[in-house]
Design a binder for this molecule. Sequence first.
Ligand code: CP3
Length: 344
Amino acid sequence: MSTPLLIQALQGRTLSRPPVWFMRQAGRYLPEYRELRAKAPDFIAFCLNPEMAAEATLQPMRRFGFDAAIVFADILLIPGALGQKVWFEAGEGPRLGALPSVQSMADKAQQAGEALKAVGQTLSLVRAELEPERALIGFAGAPWTVATYMVDGEHRTMGKGERGLARTYAYTQPEIVYGLLDVLVEATARYLKMQQDAGAQVLKIFESWAEGLPDDLFETLVLKPHQKLVARARELGVTVPLIGFPRGSAALAERYARECDVQGVALDTACPLEVGQRVQAIKPIQGALDPLLLRAGGDALDRRVDQLMEAWGQGPWIFNLGHGILPDVPIAHVEQVLKRIGAQ
Ligand code: CP3
């Protein structure tokens, strides 16, 4: 069995074309996803239903030549496993209830893998269907990003200018924030180990809110927790490659690549091509086509794909978007990109 291209890229090999997958490749731009989603009014229940989640994971794989499937789940399953109420309201996004005490969550952290074993069942179902040359990715939110949602909880300040309460709390109530980060490191390491045991061949850590942090907070809220998470996951027996995605922190991406023991660094849309090249000199990179350009299409899309190929094609690189695919992206544009890079 040949090693999937995605794994080869994470081993540092330069390939004749980059492996490709898209963040949120299972989602609302696909009519078959919308049909499936309509049968599951409760999004969390959808994520925790292995048959439905496996079907959502496989939908883009049937349609396109993606080199990897990413398990259909959400970063906000972890707060649920720690005893915080989480639900999604149509047109509004995620809602979370009151933050439980750090002690009560610490008690539950050990069992996070067990509590979310439905996600493991999804991974096993998908692995059984997926061709061996296509890799299966598991994931979790990074501690800080998940903490951002958890601390905001019932206060609902996210998106109202200060991007939630969590950063203010890091200054005013550090014991809560740093205590919570430690709990999340433990819960997330256990969750990732469970995903590996169920069939995940690569694990991605989504740090969607690394953006805009002063560098001292980047160190304590992002870098240190990632280092602890990677070390704890390895200690628990995680051996598969890890991809870190510190979104919105291009200025610190090289430092992250050097100091965090992940095997790949995912870059976001705003990362300059030359910064990507410098990170690539340290370890394999992933990214970073603008999701808005994927929606716009046309010659501009071909030109930018060519530019990315020119800038990053020589080094180990996984082709992806700089952030999740938008719900109104024409399917033909996804096919256009895959053809352009020779994956379809
Ligand atoms: O990439 C994939 O295809 C795998 C599945 C996946 C989902 N969420 C499914 C989803 C992944 C990897 C995520 C990660 C996730 N979830 C992140 C980190 C990545 C990022 O986008 O920055 C974050 C911040 C979340 C939390 C979350 N989940 C939000 C803020 C929302 C609402 C936004 C929206 O688009 O409505 C979700 C919902 C969600 N997660 C959807 C999907 C397909 C849309 C829900 C629906 O189908 O109604």
